[in-house]
Design a protein around this ligand. Structure first.
Ligand code: ZN
Ligand code: ZN
Length: 258
């Protein structure tokens, strides 16, 4: 399994894209900085998008990807998410008022976007992967996804999350954990309120992972608050040292192989 970090940041700026991951070139998880990270031929290979939650920084490029797929390739894209997330995305972002209605374009019979509801805790085969959605703590309803390939390689991506994400651990056994740190420890209270993690809070959740599962997978941190990147990097390195674990920051176009 090859995982490409398309966007690793909380804010968009030159060289920094919003959260998005690509698995084996065909399966996308979250559509923040998606289309600007990939060439047309690369985008054309995408068949499926999974969404962790409805926030704009995770869904925005559904519009640009659908436009490219609909206008140029007449290709259909399947979008999977919990019902709550799909309801908000369809009524606010893809409502056909500010742009093409991709649920009816190019035709109602064969629209560009097809929506599929995903039920938490029930395994589903999607694009050839075993996918398990597990509710994650955030400021709005959200899930994390465990993606397992047919050869048994497994990734868990928490999406945006905060204290209590450890409730996910009992349901998963990944070789790679991709999670978030939105800011440094000095903003712990604010981050907690906003449904995010700082390095210190991540440390507590990872300690619980090891206690429960008896190991710690490699951990990649994304959704990095851009202005605090250096501070976050140093604090995450400290956590890695304390836990004697492989924890590091992700970056745009990073490739991970399982
Ligand atoms: Zn969010
Ligand atoms: Zn976010």
């Amino acid at each position: 399994m090859e995982i490409q970090v398309l966007g690793a940041h909380l804010a968009e700026a030159k060289g920094a894209r919003l959260t998005s991951l690509l698995v084996d070139g065909v399966l996308v998880i979250d559509a923040g900085g998606l289309t600007s990270a990939l060439s047309f031929p690369e985008q054309k290979k995408i068949e499926t998008v999974l969404l962790t939650h409805h926030h704009f920084d995770h869904t925005r490029d559904l519009v640009t990807l659908a436009a490219n797929a609909g206008y140029y390739w007449r290709k259909q894209l399947a979008v999977y998410a919990p019902r709550y997330t799909l309801d908000i995305v369809t009524s606010c972002l893809l409502n056909g008022k500010i742009y093409t209605n991709f649920f009816e374009y190019p035709s109602k019979e064969k629209p560009t976007l097809i929506l599929e509801v995903i039920e938490p805790y029930s395994r589903k085969t999607i694009a050839g992967y075993d996918v398990l959605a597990v509710p994650a703590k955030h400021s709005v309803p959200a899930v994390g996804y465990q993606i397992t390939s047919s050869d048994g390689k497994s990734l868990f991506y928490t999406g945006d999350t905060t204290v209590g994400v450890s409730e996910c651990w009992q349901h998963i056994s990944p070789q790679l954990l991709i999670t978030e740190v939105a800011g440094p420890d000095k903003y712990e209270d604010w981050l907690k309120k906003a449904g995010h993690l700082c390095p210190r809070l991540l440390r507590e959740e990872l300690i619980q992972f090891r206690r429960l599962k008896g190991y710690l997978p490699r951990v990649i941190v994304i959704h990095i608050g851009n202005p605090y990147e250096q501070e976050i990097k140093e604090e995450v390195a400290q956590v890695a040292q304390e836990l004697e674990a492989d924890i590091s920051l992700g970056y745009e176009d990073m490739k991970l192989t399982l």
